[in-house]
Design a protein around this ligand. Structure first.
Ligand code: KG4
Ligand code: ZN
Length: 396
């Protein structure tokens, strides 16, 4: 059956989300219940708390997604749910509910990889804009709180193929934004706050050399013999790995060397007293040194993401670039990619900001090709916290 209405359910981290998407190309409803308020006092996501919040939210969120779409449980064609990667307990809430729903309604159930979902968020919105002119292969940078991944993606006969050509060797880029914000007393999540504050600081004030953005095991692709073979005899492909734990440590060292502890504690306490702090509140409690540090940190991370992604795009001769995941909401990252990719004549696409961060429309969209191919989940499938997408080009 073509042109199906798929109900997507997402619960891999701290958003309980449900959405109805038509034929992988039209968002009919999109409901996201964010747990940020519950996790904020802890400065990060608390897994046990996330599971409990999902349990509370899942039924009303799904009901609202169906009501907003003008659908009933019976009138949808399939149920899709995130299988992984993510927090096991959080994933299980969505999976348990989706299984029960599909079983009770006698509808097909489709399991989706969360990272695949982020890639399909872009495809969904381009189809929605009537852009059917996409060229392949696509290089997708999936950059969020849990992931910094480079994938080569292209449609095959009945399914999409994904090949990993790089990933972070330690922290994800979003995780670095969150940890640096926490360290500087700027609350959680850090990405949106650092994004806004950065325009008020000097991005050239603090130097973060490239060596701080390099994993010590990272193979230098320039120095490698391109004719080298992997164990299966295939030519080795270059990898484009990332590393963001070093820059986090460099920020911590800068804070210590410049005696910023007391002012950070004062800001942390002042912000904690404000129910919904706004940009003006953060600015009021941030001195120039902090604003410069934040802007320099963002400039360094954005520069690294853009440089490595474009190097990978060149090496793999891709036709199109996608930048997706929570960090793709970042203004400087978007501007820099738009500018630098244009210089190379490479079209670059981002999801709209609501579909950059976690949502269920992307899960319903990624499920559509599987629906058409009859690729349904077995009744006994379960959460896969460390689920991998596609094949790796070469293993590490
Ligand atoms: O995709 P997402 O909602 O969840 C994961 O799959 O991880 O991404 C959340 C991450 C958080 O680390 C958050 O700080 C970051 O995305 N983020 C941003 C921005 N908005 C969200 N990072 C930088 N700039 C932003 N504007
Ligand atoms: Zn995500």
């Amino acid at each position: 059956m073509a042109g199906a209405y798929i109900l997507g359910i997402e619960s891999s981290c701290d958003e309980t989300a449900a959405s109805v998407v038509y034929a992988g190309g039209k968002v009919v409803s999109n409901v996201v219940f964010s747990q940020i308020a519950a996790h904020q006092p802890y400065g990060g996501v608390v897994p046990e708390l996330a599971s409990r919040e999902h349990l509370k939210a899942i039924v009303p969120v799904v009901r609202k997604a169906l009501a907003d779409a003008g659908h009933t449980y019976q009138s949808i064609d399939a149920v899709a749910v995130t299988q992984g990667p993510g927090l096991a307990g959080a994933l299980l809430v969505g999976i348990g509910y989706a299984k029960a729903l599909a079983f009770a309604l006698d509808k097909p159930l489709i399991a989706v990889n969360h990272i695949e979902g982020h890639i399909h968020a872009v495809l969904l919105e381009e189809r929605q804009k009537n852009n059917h002119e996409m060229n392949f292969p696509i290089l997708a940078l999936v950059v969020s709180g849990g992931h910094t991944h480079l994938y080569l993606a292209e449609p095959r006969e009945k399914h999409w193929s994904y090949r990993s050509i790089g990933h972070t060797r330690d922290d994800a880029a979003g995780e670095a934004f969150d940890k640096v914000a926490k360290l500087l007393g700027l609350g959680y999540p850090g990405g949106p706050i650092i994004d806004k504050l950065s325009t008020h600081g000097d991005p050239g004030a603090v130097n973060f050399p490239p060596s701080q953005l390099k994993h010590r095991d990272r193979r230098d692709i320039k120095k490698r013999d391109v004719k080298a073979r992997d164990t299966s005899g295939r030519p080795e492909e270059p990898r484009f790995d990332f590393s963001y734990s070093g820059i986090k440590t460099a920020v911590l060292r800068y804070v210590e060397v410049h005696d910023m502890r007391a002012s950070i504690e004062a800001r942390r306490n002042a912000i904690a007293l404000i129910e919904k702090p706004k940009l003006e509140d953060y600015l009021l409690h941030s001195d120039r040194k902090t604003l410069n540090l934040v802007a320099s940190f963002q400039r360094a991370v954005v520069g690294d993401l853009v440089t490595k992604t474009l190097a990978a795009a060149r090496a793999c001769n891709v036709a199109t670039l996608f930048v997706t995941g929570g960090v793709a909401a970042n203004n400087e990252l978007r501007q820099r990619f738009e500018h630098d990719a244009a210089m190379e004549g490479l079209p670059v696409y981002f999801p709209s900001r609501p579909l950059s961060t976690d949502n269920a429309a992307m899960i319903a969209a990624a499920a559509y090709p599987k629906f058409l191919a009859g690729d349904f989940a077995a009744v006994d499938f379960s959460a896969e916290a460390g689920m991998v997408l596609g094949e790796a080009a070469i293993s590490n």
